[in-house]
Design a protein around this ligand. Structure first.
Ligand code: ADP
Length: 922
């Protein structure tokens, strides 16, 4: 027989078991052998989503509105299956930035704003305290019911606080949360024991639900169809609507399975699905288990189908239990929210009843524990810390803030639970489980624009986020919170019935005449509309600060910046290392600080003994460490107190960028100049070398004829009686050699004159044919000596040209003597061609000599250039003949070029404008 003693023993025994599991989990974690590091535990911990509301409330809701309980589970299922990538991104960002809570997340995204962190915390507390109260109510109701076993028709007479087991359970939960939720200061460090206990609770509540479901369906009734049949008969009995008998299924659907509710039910359904999609991500407890406690991002891959499976399993018997309850208590004397417990009680199944009672407790306590820890982190880091930091704190002191922080966090846990209990004792009795839960969902949905906008839209600003959140919160307060106070008798009835001051347009349940939706949908519609508009509108028009830019980029592009480099390096300044270290020690403790710094030193191959200042990189690292303990916004304030310089403003960043760009451009310019200088230098060196060569060439060229002239002259001088023939031959050679000398000297002098622009040009109108004839005549001896044939046909018409006759002769002489020089004696053949048009005359001098390689063809017109052929050695000459020729042709506005095939011969050509053409173009 279930006595009060046994029930209390079971209750506290169950709590004891939780403590033991958590303790074991932590011990295993400390030993480095985690029991939670697998996707199954992760999925089970996500099931903290299913609270007493699911456990008791779903059946109640099914009784009142058919399948109306389902959207709350469809939403999370959709999110898990379709929106897992949002989760993935949030998890990655939180890991990189050591995010501790949803308030911290939003604050961090919008420039580590303490204001935003505070706002989110207050909203979360307001939304979650009633939700916690709801759980305590469930525990209390459960106890009251089972305590009267087997009598079901209990009066819900209030227990005195001191005699209410729910109060003691609440205090036990506070102790549990303190023991397993605040073991270390670093809130990003996982609470393995806690997660293990939560996973265990998820198993218990599922097992209890399935037990009662199977019992009801297969023990009380004969399976699903039997149950539906009976329910159909009952419905027909109660509501005869003239259907043909036998059409039971349609009746069941009419009565129980159709979507019911006030107003537009499709709209209501969609909105319920929508807010529960958001709730599964943004409820503080879900953020805690899914993000903060996540061991490994990959666990998400399995959880996204395991978790929906869990939701399916826990809901499978909702309708059968609801139908069975209606059949068992047709007069409506028993609250449908309690059917899961009252049905086994009515059947005198005390063990099942006790198990169900414990299942309800597990659903309620799991939620309370995680939610309390999540809220306490937020209250401590985003509400209390920023205020504390504004107080004058000596940063150089040795006070241990770590302890203080833990005390604050533990105090917040007790406070949250006391508030929850107080709320339950004073207000909750006026509401059903579901309405309070949905109010909470509607409020938490307000985080969505700032969160989702924050991770997918860089344009979202701090001001935009603040405006959106405040606007959404205000609408929620007006359309849900205030009217709910009417129900509790705190605000007069007229406020809801006729609108404030009788203004019907402002009726809180039918704002601006929108009366078709139920209260929750109505509130969600308006609050989200105004929230999103404010967020987007203000963001577009507000000017982001530099840090907003950085954080926006780091959040939105987290997958690009992942890893250690993911943190903003926004500190320009350095910090005194001892200052920074003492700051860390005071929040993290000496052991952890030393370990963290050692890790950093290791990674960056630093030796602390040489370091006195911390550079920007190390300062950012310290900020990240602190963020894990006290939240990103407070960490920033604390680090700012030891950093020597201000953080960068956007203007400064832009200036620096500008400067950098200028420096880059300047150095490029310098490089180019340097390259040009190098090139010029190289050319100068080449020329210098060529000049040296030229001097030695000229000297050599002069000496050879001089030597022969001199020796022949000596012979003639010392042998006056030499015979006439010999005398003639010797003096002939002397004349020839001296002519050669003269030519050579003239060439050099010409070159010198041309280069220094001191040549005297004698311009007359002349005939190109005569020029060719003169040139051929003056090279005749050269050609004959080498036994070379020369061909030319001057029987063509050619217009006169105007130019310096002697110089042009010199050009052709030059070309012919080159051709002679590079043709084989005896086999050489030179062809000279003259062609003309109205505008120009052209002369080609073709030979069948050695030819010129393509790469040398352009070079030979440059000064001192001679083609050196390794097999033939240096050619006879000075290397300035073609240079002079080119200068002469250039002077006449003509062109000179060569076409040649090595081994086959070369054709040097030049063209000159006709006299008429030259006159016209002048
Ligand atoms: P140089 O005054 O010593 O004759 P040029 O400036 O006239 O020098 O010629 C430069 C170089 O061009 C020669 O040393 C020779 O290597 C090459 N060259 C000129 N004309 C010919 C040709 N008809 N066939 C082959 N090589 C030639």
């Amino acid at each position: 027989m279930l006595t009060t003693g046994i029930i209390l023993f079971a209750s506290f025994g169950y709590m004891g078991l939780l403590f033991a599991i958590a303790h074991y989990g932590d011990k295993r974690a400390d030993a480095g052998r985690s029991i939670i590091s697998n996707p199954y535990i992760y999925a089970l911990s996500l099931a903290v989503y299913c609270t007493a509301w699911t456990f008791y409330g779903s059946v109640g809701l099914a009784v009142r509105s058919g399948l109306g309980f389902l959207p709350i589970y469809i939403g999370p299922t959709l999110m898990a299956l379709l929106g897992w990538w949002i989760w993935q991104k949030i998890i990655r960002i939180s890991k990189v930035h050591r995010i501790t809570s949803i308030a911290d997340f939003i604050a961090s995204r919008y420039g580590k704003s303490t204001t935003l962190g505070g706002i989110v915390t207050i909203i979360a507390v307001m939304g979650i305290i009633p939700y916690i109260a709801l759980q305590l109510k469930a525990i209390s109701t459960g106890f009251l019911l089972i305590n009267h076993y087997p009598d079901i028709s209990v009066s819900y007479s209030e227990l005195p606080v001191m005699g209410d087991p729910a109060f003691y359970i609440a205090m036990l939960l506070a102790i549990f949360s303190i023991l397993f939720g605040t073991r270390h200061l670093d809130a990003t460090e996982r609470h393995e024991g806690l997660v293990a206990a939560i996973a265990f609770e998820s198993i218990v509540k599922l097992a209890a639900t399935l037990t009662v479901g199977i019992f009801v369906t297969y023990a009380i009734h004969n399976g699903f169809s039997d149950l539906f049949q009976k329910a159909g008969e009952l419905a027909e009995l109660k509501n005869p609507i003239g259907r043909e008998s036998g059409d039971v299924s349609s009746l069941i659907f009419d009565r129980y399975l159709m979507i019911k509710g006030q107003g537009n039910s499709y709209m209501d359904w969609s909105i319920y699905v929508f807010i529960s999609m958001l709730a599964i991500i943004f409820l503080p407890r879900q953020f805690q288990v899914a993000v903060v406690e996540n061991v490994n991002e990959e666990h998400l891959n399995k959880a996204i189908w395991l978790f929906p499976l869990y939701l399916l399993a826990i809901n499978i018997f909702v309708v059968p239990v609801a139908l069975s309850g209606i059949l068992r208590f047709p007069d409506g004397s028993v609250d449908a929210d309690t059917f899961v417990l009252t049905l086994p009680m009515a059947e005198h199944q005390q063990f099942i009843a006790l198990f169900v009672y414990l299942g309800g407790m597990s659903a309620a306590t799991g939620m309370v524990i995680v939610e309390t820890i999540a809220l306490s982190t937020m209250i401590c880091n985003d509400l209390v810390m920023p205020v504390l930091l504004r107080l004058p704190i000596e940063t150089g002191g040795h006070q241990d803030y770590g302890r203080l922080l833990l005390t604050i966090r533990r105090g917040s846990i007790v406070l949250v639970l006391l508030l929850g209990y107080a709320y339950f004792r004073t207000i909750v009795e006026f509401y059903t489980l579901v309405s309070l839960g949905l109010m909470s969902f509607a409020l938490v949905a307000q985080f969505a624009p700032a969160m989702l906008g924050g991770i997918y839209w860089k344009g979202g600003t701090r001001t935009g986020a603040i405006c959106g959140l405040l606007a959404g919160f205000a609408v929620w307060t007006y359309t849900l919170l205030l009217p709910s106070l009417v129900q509790a008798g705190i605000i007069p009835q007229d406020f809801v019935a006729r609108g404030p001051f009788g203004i019907a347009l402002l009726k809180p349940y039918a704002l601006f005449g929108l009366g078709d939706l139920n209260r929750i949908s109505h509130s969600v519609f308006w609050s989200m509309l105004i929230n999103i508009s404010a967020y987007v509108g203000v963001s577009v028009f507000s000017r982001p600060r530099a840090i907003d830019h950085t954080q926006a980029a780091l959040f939105v592009d987290v997958f690009r910046y992942s890893g250690e480099a993911g943190e903003s390096h926004f500190w320009r300044g350095t910090a005194n290392l001892p200052d920074l270290k003492s700051l860390l020690i005071r929040f993290l403790g000496k052991r952890r600080t030393d370990a963290a710094l050692a890790e950093y030193a290791d990674k960056h191959k630093l030796s602390w003994s040489y370091l006195a200042t911390a550079d920007a990189d190390l300062v950012s690292y310290a900020e990240r460490l602190l963020a894990g303990a006290i939240g990103s916004a407070s960490a920033r304030v604390m680090v700012a107190s030891v950093v020597k310089e201000e953080s960068l403003g956007i203007e400064e960043v832009l200036n620096i960028l500008d400067e950098t760009q200028q420096v880059i451009a300047y150095s490029r310019e310098l490089e180019k100049a340097t390259a040009e200088l190098q090139e010029a230098n190289r050319r100068l060196q080449d020329l210098d070398r060529l000049k040296d060569e030229f001097i030695s060439t000229v000297t050599h060229e002069l000496r050879t004829p001089l030597t022969s002239v001199r020796s022949l002259a000596e012979i003639l001088h010392s042998n006056p009686d030499i015979d006439a023939d010999q005398h003639k031959s010797f003096s002939g050679i002397i004349i020839k050699e001296s002519e050669r000398l003269t030519r050579l000297i003239n060439q050099v002098l010409d070159y010198e004159k041309i280069e220094s622009a001191q040549m005297d040009w004698v311009i007359t109108s002349t005939d190109i044919k005569e020029i060719i004839q003169d040139a051929v005549a003056s090279t005749r001896q050269l050609v004959e000596d080498k036994n070379i044939t020369i061909d030319y046909d001057l029987n063509v018409q050619a217009p006169p040209i105007s130019g310096d006759r002697d110089r042009l002769v010199q050009v052709i002489v030059n070309l012919i003597s080159n051709a002679v020089k590079f043709c084989d004696a005896g086999r050489g053949k030179i062809t000279i061609r003259l062609t003309s048009t109205d505008k120009q005359v052209r002369v080609d001098v073709q030979d069948n000599g050695i030819g010129i390689k393509a790469e040398d063809q352009s070079k030979i017109f440059e000064k001192f250039q001679q083609v050196k052929d390794p097999t033939r050695g240096r050619p006879y000459g000075t290397g300035i003949g073609l240079t002079i020729s080119k200068r002469i042709i250039d002077f006449h506005h003509g062109n000179i070029w060569v076409e040649s095939t090595p081994g086959k011969g070369s054709t040097f050509s030049f063209s000159l404008p006709t006299a008429l053409e030259a006159a016209l173009s002048r």
